[in-house]
Design a protein around this ligand. Structure first.
Ligand code: ZN
Length: 111
């Protein structure tokens, strides 16, 4: 398996699929408020670099969660299919929201 250590960063995000066929996008973020990591349930402090896990459902719709980078690396990455790095621009909020509005059948998989 390829190493994605240090990713996502400012320039690169990660993307892949769940076993159920939903898209997962992993995006670097800086906390604007206090979050609870969904991996360890400890806090992510304001100003901390962390990752946002954005899900886009196969049938449309989005949801997201905040994780410590290390928790995501240790718990999540090995469960994601076809994990790969993409330009951070591909994972901008408007782009992902637009993807969430379309059923997957009409969506082109990113290359
Ligand atoms: Zn954590």
């Amino acid at each position: 398996m390829k190493s994605f250590s240090g990713l996502p960063d400012r320039r690169s995000s990660l993307t892949g699929h769940t076993d159920e066929g939903d898209e997962i996008w992993i995006i670097r973020s800086i906390s604007q408020k206090l979050y609870t990591c969904q991996g360890c349930y400890d806090s992510i402090q304001v100003g901390d670099e962390h990752v946002v896990i954005q899900y886009i459902g196969r049938a449309g719709g989005t949801e997201h969660a905040h994780w410590h980078r290390r928790c995501a690396e240790e718990i999540l990455y090995s469960q994601i299919r076809d994990l790969r790095a993409v330009s951070a621009g591909e994972s901008s909020r408007p782009r992902l929201e637009a993807r969430g509005r379309k059923p997957a059948g009409r969506r082109r998989r990113p290359r």
